[in-house]
Design a protein around this ligand. Structure first.
Ligand code: ZN
Length: 270
């Protein structure tokens, strides 16, 4: 599943190809995504894409009259192709650009989305109620400490809640809790400000590192083959239950929290 770093790398990858381009045509081959692709999205035809921004895991293709909202769901990906390449089975949406290139959306499981918001000043409902971006200054130790007061929720579920902070997926929750030395089941409200400050730093660090690693795959956005935007990462604990802890060598333990695999060290995380 594409996580925030993959979405950010997708944003960086498509930006030079789409910003400043006029959309000559949008082709929706299958509107049955997570939500039906609205017919109003055709209004993007003839518009210039001014900016590609990201909010949580949504990409916003901004024009003067509104913006398309793209979500990669469980299996979606975006590619930049020369025009004239025949669409394959799961290529559901094409944005044909005046440059002759095509922004093509592929999504085998169809949990992704293409939506349209107009006018541009208004916020689409899917973007409401979202917490701060993890890499923004608004996501700080003070913010997290205040938000956690009185909360009995396990810290892992707490930081994966989009209303607390966006984009901390399961991989990054595992990794940042290990690096901060915090037991994933500890009640959010029982963790000191200093330890939450360490956690905030680690969340920012693991996400920034993943984006940096993914940035090296940018060339793949012009490749007709493969899976652009998904990349192998160097991880400390995620997916490594039973292997030695990178800090103390004790085998890593695993449990489920909110049905999600949680890998941790019983000695290093308290
Ligand atoms: Zn350990």
């Amino acid at each position: 599943m594409p996580e925030l770093p993959e979405v950010e790398v997708s944003r960086m990858g498509i930006t030079p190809h789409v910003v400043g381009q006029t959309v000559t045509r949008i082709i929706v081959r299958n509107p049955k995504l997570r939500w039906p692709v609205p017919e109003a999205i055709c209004q993007i035809e003839g518009q210039v894409i001014r900016r590609v921004s990201r909010r949580a895991k949504y990409l916003l293709l901004e024009t003067d009259i509104g913006y398309a909202i793209v979500h990669l769901g469980m299996s979606g990906s975006l590619r930049i192709l020369p025009s004239g390449i025949p669409a394959e089975k799961h290529d559901h949406v094409d944005l044909v650009l005046a440059s002759g290139e095509v922004l093509r959306y592929n999504d085998p499981r169809r949990f992704g989305a293409w939506l349209w918001q107009q006018p541009p000043e208004e916020m689409h409902q899917v973007l409401g109620k979202l917490g701060p971006e993890p890499l923004d200054a608004a996501f700080s130790a003070d913010y997290l400490f205040e938000k956690a007061q009185g909360k009995r929720t396990a810290i892992k579920q707490f930081i994966m809640d989009n209303q607390v902070v966006v984009g901390v997926g399961n991989i990054y929750a595992n990794e940042s809790l290990f690096s901060a030395g915090i037991h994933p089941k500890r009640a959010a409200g029982q963790i000191s400000r200093a330890r939450l400050a360490a956690l905030v730093d680690q969340i920012k660090a693991v996400l920034a590192f993943a984006i940096e690693q993914g940035g090296t795959t940018l060339k793949d956005f012009k490749n007709a083959e493969g899976k652009p935007g998904y990349f192998a990462q160097e991880l400390l604990v995620y997916g490594k239950a039973g292997q030695p802890c990178p800090r103390c060598d004790k085998p890593l333990s695993e449990m489920k929290i909110g049905q999600r695999s949680t890998v941790y060290c019983t000695d290093c995380q308290t």
